[in-house]
Design a protein. Structure first.
Lengths: 195, 310
């Protein structure tokens, strides 16, 4: 297993921005958007903090029998769940008492998780990274295929997605996504738009 | 020995010498004939490949390298599994229509496409992959990149790197759950092709992408037990055995190699590829909300940005 070394917070954001590619903005501009309605200055990476119930859920799941069995099945040992408990406690402190130290601890913990993921990803040197999509990504299909697709169901759906008639909305089928977009004006510090 | 008039005038030695010479001449002729035939066959094969209907339909941008035999076997195996990729629509014979209930391929195709649309709307893992692909600069167009076709009964889906399409088998993947699994699996291959310089002729690259697909989307404890790769007794770290087994089977399905060779290749890249969990970030446990959590986690990796900015 790869051991994780501590790096500075700026390198994590660099890796994320490098990772994302040309079609998206950098993380710092998004966080400034989120903190615009705020009166106080919140740390730059507050958007990384998830709603507190998720930490509690992860903690309970980590401790459960099924998860312990699976941890043993995969890693050969049970994993340490105290990280989730700490994150939950700190998240609640931030939510209820606006404790910035607690918020920073949660942010640091989230960054560590992201870093661990990316480290394992970039340590996979079986293949080289691309700097742009493959040349044949949207290459023209042969005419006999496009003719076949003319009146097909997926063609209609794809066209509707492009024109805006259809949308890939929130998955649960509930209207949580709409709630989130309407709730931006309320000025909550941590984002509740988890969908 | 052919019956022929023996010339009693010659001595035994002379006769033996004559027969010896004849046999040598016959052998030489035989060998020359075999060589000529081999040459003719090889020429016919290479000429055939260049003029075949399949290649006229879609050009193979990957040029044939020195290992022509291997290349041909690779294409042949793939074409056997996905016959409609060559351009000929599947036409069932009378026996299939009467006794196997075939003959409704058009209807099956539409049903498959409708299920694909439902899966794309409602599956956390598929949506996560689509978001991750879009944020990586490779947006998936549902019509251009997904195709419902009739395939061999041994597969439920595939990925065609030449045309860059995910193939969903309308005749074997008839339920939304199976389509979801196949789509997740193939989109992982697509994700690897988008982010990395994947060479599908390189066995190590193929093994790595299959390891990642097995690791992320398949191989719970029970599936390992039913497949026989995991025993009831030893539980510790058996997930790796399940993943290796599955990856080897996937490699063998599309490549003409021995199982020992496939296992060797999988072992050589296993460590690195097993720990690479992008874009999910975790190994999904069955009957848990891990899929939902993984989908929500996409925000911390920036995979949702492409959809947020309009």
């Amino acid at each position: 297993m790869v051991s994780v070394a501590e790096t500075s917070s700026s390198s994590v954001s660099d890796i994320i921005t490098q990772n994302i590619g040309s079609s998206s903005e950098s993380s710092s501009t998004v966080s400034s958007e989120a903190s615009k309605p705020q009166q106080q200055q919140v740390p730059a990476f507050t958007w990384l903090v998830k709603p507190c119930f998720i930490y509690k859920d992860e903690y309970k799941d980590c401790k459960s029998f099924r998860a312990r069995f699976n941890q043993y099945f995969v890693d050969g040992k049970t994993s340490d769940c105290t990280g989730w408990k700490e994150d939950y406690d700190n998240c609640v402190l931030w939510e209820d008492k606006d404790d910035v130290d607690a918020l920073n601890k949660v942010i640091a913990s989230e960054k560590k998780r992201v870093q661990k993921r990316l480290k394992a990803h970039y340590a996979n040197d079986v293949w080289e990274q691309r700097s742009e999509p493959p040349a044949n990504w949207n290459s023209e299909l042969p005419k006999w295929i496009t003719k076949e697709y003319e009146g097909s169901f997926l063609k209609k759906k794809a066209d509707d997605l492009k024109s805006g008639e259809e949308k890939l909305g929130p998955i649960s089928g509930s209207r949580a996504g709409e709630r989130a977009s309407h709730g931006e004006g309320e000025g909550t510090s941590s984002s509740c738009s988890i969908v | 020995m052919p019956f022929r008039k023996v010339d009693c005038s010659e001595s035994v030695e002379e006769a033996l010498a004559r027969l010896d010479l004849e046999s040598k001449r016959n052998k030489a002729e035989r060998l020359a004939k075999a060589e000529a035939e081999k040459l003719k066959k090889a020429q016919a094969k290479s000429a055939g490949v260049r003029n075949s209907k399949e290649d006229a339909r879609y050009e193979d941008p990957l040029s044939l390298d020195a290992d022509k035999e291997r290349e041909l076997s690779l294409n042949e195996k793939a074409r056997k599994l996905y016959p409609e990729r060559g351009g000929d629509a599947y036409k069932p014979g009378w026996f299939d229509v009467v006794f196997k209930g075939e003959g409704r391929e058009g209807l099956d195709k539409m049903k498959c496409e409708m299920k694909v649309w439902k899966v794309v709307q409602n599956s956390y893992l598929v949506r996560l992959l689509l978001d991750a692909l879009k944020s990586s600069g490779c947006e998936v167009d549902l019509r251009r990149h997904i195709s419902c076709e009739v395939c061999d009964v041994s597969v439920t889906g595939g990925y065609d790197p030449t045309l860059n399409q995910v193939v969903i088998c309308q005749n074997t993947a008839r339920y939304k759950g199976i389509i979801q699994g196949a789509l997740t699996h193939e989109l992982i291959h697509m994700f690897d092709n988008c982010r990395h310089k994947l060479d599908f002729k390189n066995m190590q690259h193929l093994a790595c992408t299959e390891i990642r697909a097995a690791n992320l989307a398949h191989c719970s404890y029970m599936s390992g037990v039913t497949d026989g790769s995991v025993s009831f007794g030893s539980i510790k770290e058996q997930h790796q055995e399940c993943v290796k087994d599955r990856a080897v089977r996937s490699v063998l399905a599309v490549r003409d190699v021995s199982s020992e060779e496939a296992r060797e290749v999988v072992d050589s890249v296993f460590e690195r590829c097993y720990n690479d969990l992008e874009p999910f970030g975790r190994r999904i446990r069955r009957n848990s909300d891990h899929m939902q959590k993984a989908y929500w986690d996409r925000k911390s990796m920036g995979y949702d940005l492409a959809n947020r900015i309009k």
